[in-house]
Design a protein around this ligand. Structure first.
Ligand code: GUN
Ligand code: FE
Length: 443
């Protein structure tokens, strides 16, 4: 791999001092940021003219289901448990390795085009290797895990596993994929949620997490009925239960966290548990509004996710940023969740959620070269005065502003097209593949 020099950019570093460098250059050598400042041209370097463009750290999207990209617009106007039982589990059970691969490519393309460079993904129970392959080929940085489900109502036979094989299959994938591609691809354990996981399975997940030093990625307290059922089953709230099982800690990543008791919020704080905030999905499924501003004020790490395309129905980071901000303003005043706070949620807080804050999440010398070029000189963002770059990005930005995406030092997307995914084949094939899955699902 050679060097890349980005010339004359407006660099929004997102570092701890929120440094911004106007008209600066950035040198990428191999997979890392080698220098920021005034960089002399080098013979063999690829030079990118970024005059008038923003450069900022790629977004880190910490809760998605690539496996559900194919189910976009197929499961609307339903609340969580009906949505899962009537549609999503049946559709997931009908996936094969080809449809899972298409689904992952579709999701990754949409994510990268909205400026995302890293994801935390929960797959379905089977065919997760397709998502690993798609992530590897696409160049995205990804933490992926197979969903684990060994109990629960209305689960199709094809998705229900016994405890031991769920743990064993996870461990096989860990050995195959964790740390692949020079550390760009990683495994994150994915027990689906308490209602589909036995105590024995969750304890096993805790052991695997310790043994291989892995994140645990799950759903928690997303829906009122779900939360009440967990309480009936265990006598505890979700977070209390995870704590009781010894799973609470900085490696525990909990999507949603809408319906927490006060003492569970204390556990989040004390144990350094990470909250993955999914504003669009929470609204679309009618689940509620997570008290994200309260979490931030308490020093709890909140990062963003779009959840799957089947409950959103897009994977557009700009939409999540805007909603995450706007949702807090009626209750806490217009100054709450300002644009810079949201920018940090979408970048460095995502890195912290994954335990990768030394490697990604800001533009700093020595960190991985995961960054985007954003053109503020477009109708939806003009006027682009340099007084308010965070407002330009968070409040008026959209995927159309993203001109280039670099991950691990490689140009993955350029001029609105993926370099690493055959979009013509993808677009041409998706409808047929989706129709086959729907037919197999009997829907
Ligand atoms: N809870 C358990 N599974 C899921 C899922 O696939 N999506 C969402 N939003 N919540 C869940
Ligand atoms: Fe989810």
């Amino acid at each position: 791999m050679g060097a890349i020099i980005i010339k004359g950019a407006y660099i929004i570093t997102g570092d701890s001092e929120s440094n911004i460098f106007a008209s600066a250059d950035l040198l990428i050598e191999n997979d890392r940021i080698a220098a920021i400042g005034s960089i002399p041209l080098k013979k063999k370097a690829l030079v990118i003219d970024a005059g008038g463009k923003f450069v900022f750290p790629g977004f880190i999207q910490t809760h998605v289901h690539l496996t559900q990209s194919l189910f976009r617009n197929m499961a609307d106007e339903l609340s969580l448990l009906k949505w899962l039982k009537q549609k999503i589990w049946k559709l997931e059970a009908a996936h094969d390795s080809e449809s899972s691969h298409f689904s992952a490519q579709l999701g990754i393309s949409e994510l990268v085009k909205s400026g995302v460079t890293t994801i935390l993904d929960m797959e379905s129970v089977h065919h997760s290797e397709s998502a690993f392959h798609a992530a590897r080929e696409s160049g995205i940085r990804a933490f992926i895990g197979k969903a684990m489900m060994d109990k629960g109502e209305s689960i199709p036979a094809a998705l229900k596993e016994d405890t031991e094989s769920s743990l064993m299959r996870s461990e096989v994938l860990i050995k195959q994929w964790n740390g692949a591609e020079n550390g760009r691809i990683n495994y994150a354990l994915a027990p689906r949620f308490v209602l589909t996981c036995s105590e024995e399975l969750l304890r096993g997940v805790g052991k695997l997490s310790q043994k291989h030093r892995l994140l645990i990625h799950t759903h928690s307290s997303e829906n009122k009925e779900e939360t009440e059922r967990v309480r009936e089953m265990t006598g505890m709230g979700n977070v209390e239960y995870f704590n009781h099982l010894g799973l609470a800690g900085p490696h525990l990543c909990l999507a949603h966290c809408i319906w927490l008791a006060e003492k569970e919020i204390d556990i989040l704080k004390q144990k350094g548990i990470k909250v993955l905030h999914c504003p669009s999905a929470n609204l679309k499924l009618g689940s509620g509004i997570a008290p994200a501003w309260e979490y931030i004020k308490k020093g709890i790490n909140v990062s963003l996710g779009s959840d799957g395309a089947a409950c959103n129905n897009n994977l557009n980071m700009f939409q999540e940023m805007k909603l995450a901000s706007f949702l807090q303003k009626p209750g806490h005043g217009p100054e709450a969740m300002n644009a810079e706070t949201i920018f940090k949620m979408a970048t460095i807080n995502g890195a912290k959620a994954l335990g990768l804050e030394e490697e990604i999440g800001s533009i700093e010398v020595g960190k991985k070269a995961d960054l985007v070029l954003f053109d503020p000189n477009r109708i939806n963002t003009l006027p682009a005065l340099d007084k308010n770059p965070y407002s330009i990005i968070v409040y008026s930005g959209s995927p159309e502003n993203i001109q280039m995406v670099i991950i691990d030092g490689k140009i993955v997307m350029e001029s609105g097209m993926m370099n690493t995914i055959d979009e013509i084949r993808l677009i041409g094939g998706i409808d047929t593949i989706a129709a086959e899955v729907v037919k197999r699902a009997g829907l």
